[in-house]
Design a protein around this ligand. Sequence first.
Ligand code: NAI
Length: 311
Amino acid sequence: MSELRYDGQVVVVTGAGGGLGKAYALFFASRGASVVVNDLGGSFKGEGQGTKAADLVVDEIKKAGGKAVANYDSVEHGDRIIQTAIDAFGRIDVLLNNAGILRDISFKNMKDDDWDLIMKVHVQGAYKCARAAWPHFRKQKYGRVINTASAAGLFGSFGQCNYSAAKLAQVGFTETLAKEGQKYNILCNVIAPIAASRMTATVMPPDVLENLKPDWVVPLVAVLVHKSNVETGRIYEVGGGHVAKLRWQRAKGALLKADDSMTPGAILAKWNDVVDFSQPEYPNGVADMVAKLEEAGKLPSNEPGEKIEFK
Ligand code: NAI
């Protein structure tokens, strides 16, 4: 079997000075891509900055015979990071939105600064990088984006409500980019990884971390951003050798009369149906729910030959 290659492609990796980002950068460079190694070089709490983290990774890539340039901007200035790719290599094919920080604190004690910084780095950062890459992707009718969510975002995590909110935002962001990008062969997916890094060093014991090498997240990302991939708008969890797709699930649900009889009591009377997951559905968009309402004759579009178009 021949290996997946990325020759002639340009991969931008944000937060590539350490952890997962570094593992991505080394991998894609070793498989023929030119890599922009972005890293602000601060602490895992988002304090300080420096050039060393990115420089060391660029040196390592170059020593191994690969092509890479460093960029030291915060992802909040994603346009500058993408410009580095254009200036150095003339194009961008793959964007890995990976940079991240933590500001763990209970909700009771959370300050606006803790909330705002997490939103800036994760939400605004992913937006600014993707926004700057988008016109290039559209023009060349090719682009691949990976955004980085987290189990904390999907399921919640004590002391991380800022991080959880920012991480679930990556899911909605990805799902919409996937819909808007598909026609231009821009495919976007989101991962919830788990890996040993300075970020997890404080929250997991060493023997667990030994089994969670960042290198074991890389192969899934490699598959998803390869030109042969067709998956888009999907969520994956990956780490320690486990790789699985996740999706939304809808219970059977209750269809009540939409008139004055629709009271809280009417819902309670049908509660078993509301929460009945014995025959789940896997919705993909608002159209799925609208179709259900149409089927039940609850929307005017149910007239013969008539169809409501939802954007
Ligand atoms: P890490 O702390 O080792 O790496 C993150 C890198 O991003 C650092 O090198 C840091 O300097 C850089 N960075 C931080 N803020 C930046 C900014 N504003 N602009 C540019 N670079 C910046 O952490 P790790 O574990 O490699 O995390 C990578 C991504 O994966 C993050 O988005 C994180 O939230 C996510 N993640 C990691 C998990 C894990 O188990 N390691 C679990 C779930 C999500």
